[in-house]
Design a protein around this ligand. Sequence first.
Ligand SMILES: [Zn+2]
Length: 199
Amino acid sequence: MKSFIRGIEPLALQQESVRWNRQWMELRQRNSGASFNWYSYNRTPVNQIILPDLKAQTQDHCSYCDGFPPLIGDDTIDHFCPKSDPLFYHLAYTWHNLYVACNHCQRAKLEQFSTLLLRPDDVLYTFDRYFIYNYTDHTICINPVATVEDQQCAAETIRMFEFNHNGKIKQRRDSYELWISKPAQDRYLDDFSYRFIFP
Ligand SMILES: [Zn+2]
């Protein structure tokens, strides 16, 4: 997971998120099985409006695993605090709760939530604080010199996003081998997946 800086809240959310959050909360309180459909702003579903802003923050990479480029199904919006959880109905349209995520990370996380889960846009988050990268087997490991609490956060984040799933390990190895096969002057970091593995 690569750190990034959260951009400015899109105008549609600045103007309407409070109202939309309340509408979603009231809908679910009336009918806990009601399905989520993005509300529209100027006749356009708001997810379509804010997706470019979310992708710009990560240079089109998945916010969590840093996979790139996005394939079909890889540029959906994840609600960090799940919109299906009554505790978080009020965050369904809140800018800081929304992340662009790939299919792998969405399917791994689903509607789970933990207070230990790390956010890539937390100002105190860096990969090195919580993790180390194993360049031999391409697993993401818990930083052994991190605090106990930080190690718990790292473990929960690896588990929930299945960062060490076989498919992710292979993709990271492929990205690393492509990186080292190229002359330094031909490497453009944002064209690579899993940018946190490169020195
Ligand atoms: Zn991902």
